[in-house]
Design a protein around this ligand. Structure first.
Ligand SMILES: Nc1ncnc2c1ncn2[C@@H]1O[C@H](COP(=O)(O)OP(=O)(O)OP(=O)(O)O)[C@@H](O)[C@H]1O
Ligand SMILES: Nc1nc2c(ncn2[C@@H]2O[C@H](COP(=O)(O)O)[C@@H](O)[C@H]2O)c(=O)[nH]1
Length: 388
């Protein structure tokens, strides 16, 4: 850890904001909010108890990774275990209030090794389990985008598109942030090295990748995430912790694929040739054992779309498991941490009175935490205890 003693400056924490101090092992973690727009909203400082040395991000050798919560004036915190600290932000909707500061999880250990410096990471807690994301792969020009566009048009509140990053130049009608996040090679390389991508691949001479945020932001909206990625990307997602459904879309024939690619008129002859070469390799891999769950032939578009809908409906048995107490999680509900036992952490409504139908006491099931940084900590189970 760092050699310098750093004075802990209270001025750096926003006026009127509370800080929380949590002891884990031989360290004290101090968590507070910043009102300095140029700085991340959450300030984390670590005190080495034995050495009485402070570490903070303004000094070298300490990085706070992950998604930052929106600024709140007050929070409470408690260690869940040796790996993470639960932070409950007050004065925001319950759905926004649960955060984890990961201090020694596998992701943090890995990042510490890569960066050779002290690392902690923030991860947002998400209540309940959503439906599995859908990965759609297939050769260029087969009609993946066309099928996805139909699905999004017909079910805008049910499905959300994972907007990939790419180093490819935008086509005429493509909008940055809608079809892709068009990006520089140096930027995507940096973000990949910082663990921000679920998967990435070199496709037809460019880099394409799915950021963790692209998937998480769709899922956070309560929508089912659709990923349009190549076979290499599908393989990487298969190997990741993201549990998804994998669909491969095939053309009725190679000739028809070539026809569609040419008719689209978006690629040069050289690019078309490259895409067709890659298409052969992708079609060969469509039968790789354990890679794709379903193959769809896109001959007649309407028939293929109907088959796609059937596949997705099959999986509709997985209902969201959001507890009815917090279904209306958009209401502001200030909870603070009350106590912890081996299996649950109790959260108490701030005023001790249940307001807006919110429960006065909630119990967070500690066995329900899955995922974590660099994504979200999902599947949180919360039950209400209305004993008064
Ligand atoms: N069933 C179909 N019959 C005829 N044409 C189709 C069919 N499906 C899609 N197309 C057309 O084929 C072209 C390629 O489709 P699309 O752009 O959706 O392919 P894609 O798989 O998303 O390609 P890429 O991977 O390069 O993004 C488009 O012009 C689209 O209108
Ligand atoms: N591995 C990934 N592949 C991706 C991603 N986004 C798109 N793609 C695939 O790239 C090709 C070409 O797309 P185009 O828009 O240039 O025609 C296509 O097969 C897409 O599925 C991604 O994030 N990761």
């Amino acid at each position: 850890m760092g050699e310098e003693a750093v004075e802990f400056s209270v001025e750096k924490v926003a006026k009127g904001c509370k800080q929380s101090a949590v002891d884990v092992g031989d360290k004290t973690f101090v968590i507070g909010s910043s009102d300095d727009d140029s700085k991340p909203p959450v300030i984390v400082k670590i005190l080495g108890k034995r050495t009485q040395t402070w570490y903070c991000t303004s000094v070298h050798h300490f990085i706070v990774l992950g998604t930052q919560p929106t600024l709140t004036k007050s929070q409470s915190a408690i260690p869940v275990n040796d790996e993470k600290i639960l932070i409950i932000e007050k004065g925001v909707p319950l759905n926004e209030s649960i955060w984890f500061l990961e201090i020694d999880t596998p992701f943090v250990k890995q990042q510490r090794k890569i960066k050779g410096t002290e690392v902690v990471s923030l991860s947002k807690g998400v209540i309940g389990v959503g439906q599995k994301p859908v990965v759609i792969s297939g050769p260029s020009g087969v009609g993946k985008g066309t099928l996805i566009a139909k699905l999004m048009k017909d079910y805008p509140s049910k499905f959300g598109f994972s907007v990939s990053h790419t180093t490819r130049s935008p086509r005429e009608k493509e909008i940055d942030g809608v079809h892709y996040h068009f990006t520089e090679r140096s930027k995507i390389d940096k973000d990949i090295s910082e663990g921000k991508f679920l998967e990435f691949a070199h496709v037809h001479g460019n880099v394409y990748g799915t950021s963790i945020e692209a998937v998480e932001s769709v899922t956070d909206e309560g929508k089912r995430c659709i990923l349009d990625i190549d076979v290499q990307g599908a393989r990487s997602v298969r190997a990741s912790s993201l549990e998804a459904i994998f669909i491969f879309v095939c053309p009725p024939s190679f000739e028809e694929l070539e026809k569609r690619l040419r008719a689209r008129g978006t690629e040069t002859e050289e690019q078309i040739q490259k895409r067709l070469r890659n298409a052969r390799a992708e079609l060969d891999q469509s039968n790789s054992p354990g890679l794709f769950d379903h193959l769809l032939v896109n001959d007649d578009l309407e028939a293929c779309y109907e088959n796609l809908k059937k596949l997705l409906t099959l999986d509709d048995s997985q209902e969201d498991s959001i507890d009815f107490y917090i279904k209306d999680g958009k209401q502001t509900a200030s909870y603070s941490i009350m106590s912890k036992n081996d299996s649950e952490i109790l959260l108490q409504f701030e005023t001790n009175e249940a307001k807006n139908g919110a429960a006065s006491l909630l119990a967070l099931d500690l066995s329900s935490l899955s995922g974590g940084a660099p994504g979200r900590t999902r599947g949180l189970k919360i039950r209400s205890i209305n004993s008064f």
